[in-house]
Ligand binder design. Structure first.
Ligand SMILES: [Zn+2]
Length: 308
């Protein structure tokens, strides 16, 4: 057993305007940081468009595809852009994540990491948002439930921004528990503790600006991990954004690599108790290249240590 690793070169063809924080260099920084590791590196195919329909209506999928420019860039909202490679990046990245899911659920690896972009946790049912086109991690959760037949899947999101899209896409499904810790107040403005969803399966942990590791850890230990023990997930999916790092330019939390080590270890221990260590993690945010690279490396090293 090992840690499987997936990416797709098409993820490097989604090009944003100069100065945009969600840029090609992010993924290159992560790939360079992980290059020395002895990961079980595997290939994947682009996701079929039908996978998008697990979470998005056909007319939304069509709208995004038709908005892809033949050259240059097209703007979907204040933050979210398309380039000629964006469609291949979106489906290639999703394909890498779904292959990670399938590999872990087939028992071929204990856990897996998918290094992809654009990220996904802000994309709502029919709205692109915050650099995101499609709800990657929510689609993976739906595939685990509807295709693989799991009954309970947990999605844990420690990106500094609220995972509003994942919440939107999963809150009507009581088989999915979604947990998001995030800076609050901060864009996108959602993620209050009172937002628990129609089935009580949404758990939001808003953290004030300046929150450091000790308070972050206390929040997860006092609220999230006991809740996960009650829920007894059969799989844990992780929206691994590293923009809660103290050096990140987009937010004001004060985590370090050691905090990402800590939470990754806790997630793996929880998975060991309930689902044979099955963890599938996917890259979301992280905008200081050095902090992103160091944090992703720390995260994946723990996955490898736990997957050994
Ligand atoms: Zn973020």
């Amino acid at each position: 057993m090992s840690t499987a690793f997936f990416t797709d070169p098409a993820c490097l063809t989604h090009v944003t305007p100069d100065g945009h924080p969600e840029r090609v260099a992010r993924l290159n920084a992560v790939l360079d940081a992980l290059a020395p590791l002895e990961l079980d590196r595997r290939d994947s195919q682009p996701a079929p468009e039908a996978e998008l329909l697990r979470c998005h209506p056909q007319d939304y999928v069509d709208r995004i595809r038709q908005a892809i420019p033949a050259s240059g860039q097209a703007q979907l909202d204040a933050d979210t852009w398309l380039s000629p490679g964006s469609w291949d990046a979106a489906l290639g990245g999703l394909g890498a994540l779904l292959a990670a899911l399938d590999t872990v659920l087939a028992g071929e690896a204990r856990n897996a990491f998918a290094a992809i972009r654009p990220p996904g946790h802000h994309a709502e049912t029919a709205t692109p948002m915050g650099f995101c086109l499609f709800g990657n991690v929510a689609i993976a959760a739906k595939r685990a439930l509807d295709h693989h037949g799991l009954e309970r899947v947990a999605v844990l999101d420690f990106d500094v921004h609220h995972g509003n899209g994942t919440q939107d896409l999963l809150q009507s499904d009581p088989r999915a528990l979604f947990v998001s810790s995030h800076q609050f107040p901060l864009w996108p403005g959602t993620g209050r503790a009172e937002e628990t969803g129609p089935h009580g399966t949404i758990l939001n942990l808003p953290l004030p600006p300046g929150t450091q590791g000790a308070d972050f850890r206390h929040a997860w230990d006092s609220v999230v991990f006991p809740r996960l023990d009650d829920f007894r997930p059969e799989l844990i999916l992780v929206s691994a954004g590293f923009d809660a790092h103290v050096d990140d330019p987009l937010a004001q939390l004060a985590l370090t690599e050691e905090d990402f080590v800590w939470i990754t270890r806790r997630i793996c221990e929880t998975s060991d108790r309930h689902c044979a260590g099955r963890v599938v993690s996917v890259l979301e945010g992280g905008y200081n290249l050095d902090a992103l690279a160091a944090s992703a490396l720390a995260h994946v090293r723990v996955l490898m240590e736990q997957g050994a």
